[in-house]
Design a protein around this ligand. Structure first.
Ligand SMILES: [Zn+2]
Length: 524
């Protein structure tokens, strides 16, 4: 036994020895695209159990958008939240790009000697995209503190103005880089995010745009989001940990002071098509913008100080993903996870959804909340919970909720003795303002379903919910319940499953549709 232990110790020592001497070095200098790529590949090769490298897309100049994921949590562990950090969306704002490379170096070289690093990597998946605009960076100029070449991408488009915008129609065409971010967010669930910029010293949070009819006389009012308390907290955590950001000093005479080193984005200057509003509104990911240096592209000799100023702030910021609520949504009979269930904290008009494994997360400050959960084919649930201000050791705790959803027994309602219109709710959760396609899958004559062609009706899911609510109020007295699954089996014409929830639309709406549908008109 003793011999066996000695062998293990020897193997571990050799592994550590090889790891230390094969770990890549990182100097305080700017890394052009090839050097940055090489460094990330070297890290991924040296720390295969801690990191993985992937690309989310390619730019016009064929530069890959590299992301290094760092985590030691097993893939099978449920509830591990994902954080992403992005720099260099403006190619000439270069300090954040190097700061994130040093953050990578810090994590991979301190796992065995820093409890903070170990805890974060054991309990978090951290995705780092050091440069979202490598094409712009390649033409930008070191030492250029104000406006200079390289802010935009190779098509001369400002990437932080080219995302879909909820408040106003953004006519700017999608860029490779913005599309890559959109796909990344669609295929992954990120809970917390930050985008690092330069040219000011402030933490800026959503919203960064207003409704079109807002009075735009200066000073601009804040454009307040439903999670304003959370955003202000996150921005304050960063600014107050940074040695000077919290002082709120402007970088030049043209700018304003920032109380506490934070500011609402729209109150500073409103913009259309920004990335942080897009993250929050379209994907439920909480992102803020960190302006970390007065000079957009400071000289390389300033990089050690910049790294020192931002290291603790970044670590504390990542920690915030562990405050709030998380859990798993499951079918209460099969215990299978429910994917893309829609979730909402009561009183906060912002939505998020479960992963393919039924997981969900939401950053919340201490307090008492109600979680509302909706899933196609299940009875909606509302669950009261408390986010405790208490911490375990030095680590922030999260409230864990197991949400068990009872399947809906009756899935359709007859609204007249002649017509039943069935509409699939979208596969996706009812995210705010998403547009989806509903399908009319059948009409019924009395109790018997008859086949009908599929008809696509485009509507927002919010519209659908409103319509459904209206119908519930208006037609309560004259409708009767129809056990849909039984009818579908007897009719044999509708292919569906329990995850589809069916919503009955009003007879008036059916009549309008019938005017356009030959099949339907015959039956009406
Ligand atoms: Zn910027």
């Amino acid at each position: 036994m003793l011999v066996h232990s000695k062998r293990l110790w020897l193997l571990a020592s050799i592994f550590l020895f090889v790891g230390v001497f094969s770990s890549p070095t990182l100097n305080f200098q700017y890394h052009r695209y090839d050097d940055l790529s090489q460094y990330l590949h070297d890290v991924a090769a040296a720390y295969p159990n801690m990191t993985s490298l992937y690309s989310i897309g390619e730019t016009l100049r064929r530069h890959k958008l590299w992301v290094l994921e760092m985590s030691t949590a097993p893939d099978s562990t449920l509830g591990i939240p994902s954080v992403k950090l992005i720099a260099n969306i403006h190619g000439n704002e270069a300090a954040g790009r190097e700061v994130l490379l040093h953050l990578i170096q810090f994590f991979v070289t301190n796992y065995s000697c820093s409890e903070t690093v170990r805890w974060l990597l054991d309990n978090t998946r951290i995705h780092i995209l050091p440069s979202l605009n490598p094409d712009g960076f390649e033409v930008s100029v070191e030492g250029k503190c104000e406006v200079g070449p390289g802010r935009e991408n190779a098509r001369l488009v400002d990437l932080n103005r080219s995302f879909p915008d909820y408040f106003q129609n953004n006519t700017k065409p999608r860029q490779y880089e913005t599309q890559a971010i959109q796909d990344w967010l669609t295929n992954n669930t990120f809970v917390l995010s930050a985008s690092l910029h330069g040219g000011a010293l402030v933490a800026n949070y959503p919203y960064e745009n207003f409704m079109e009819n807002t009075d735009m006389t200066q000073p601009y009012p804040p454009s307040v989001s439903p999670d304003d308390d959370v955003f202000r907290h996150l921005a304050t955590v960063y600014a107050s940990t940074h040695p000077t950001m919290h002082l709120g000093y402007p970088c030049n005479n043209m700018d304003r002071e920032f109380q506490g080193g934070i500011i609402n984005g729209a109150a500073w200057y409103p913009l259309i098509g920004g990335m942080q509003d897009y993250n929050y509104i379209f994907h439920g990911c909480v992102e803020i913008t960190l302006e970390i240096s007065c000079c957009k592209y400071p000289l390389a000799r300033e990089l050690p100080a910049l790294w020192d100023e931002n290291r603790e702030a970044l670590l504390k910021y990542i920690y915030q993903v562990h405050q709030g609520v998380r859990g798993v949504v499951r079918d209460n009979t099969t215990h299978q996870p429910i994917r893309t269930a829609g979730l909402k904290i009561e009183g906060r008009d912002s939505y998020f959804r479960t992963t393919s494994r039924g997981e969900f997360w939401r950053i919340l400050l201490p307090g008492t909340y109600h979680l509302q959960v909706h899933a196609a084919g299940y009875e909606p649930q509302t669950i009261k919970f408390i986010v405790s201000p208490k911490k375990q050791k030095e680590h922030i705790t999260t409230t864990w909720l197991d949400v068990n959803m009872p399947p809906v027994v009756r899935q359709a309602t007859v609204v007249s003795d002649q017509v039943l219109l069935l509409t699939n709710l979208p596969e996706e959760a009812p995210m705010q303002h998403s547009t989806t396609t509903q399908k009319m899958v059948g009409v019924t004559n009395g109790q018997k379903l008859s086949p009908t062609p599929f008809i696509n009706v485009t509507a927002t899911s919010m519209d659908l919910v409103k319509l459904s609510n209206t119908l519930d109020a208006e037609s309560h007295d004259r409708r009767e319940q129809l056990p849909f699954m039984e009818t579908a089996e007897s009719g044999g014409t509708i292919q569906t499953n329990m995850k589809h929830m069916f919503v009955v639309l009003s007879v008036n709406f059916v009549s309008v549709l019938c005017m356009y549908l030959h099949e339907c008109t015959k039956m009406c």
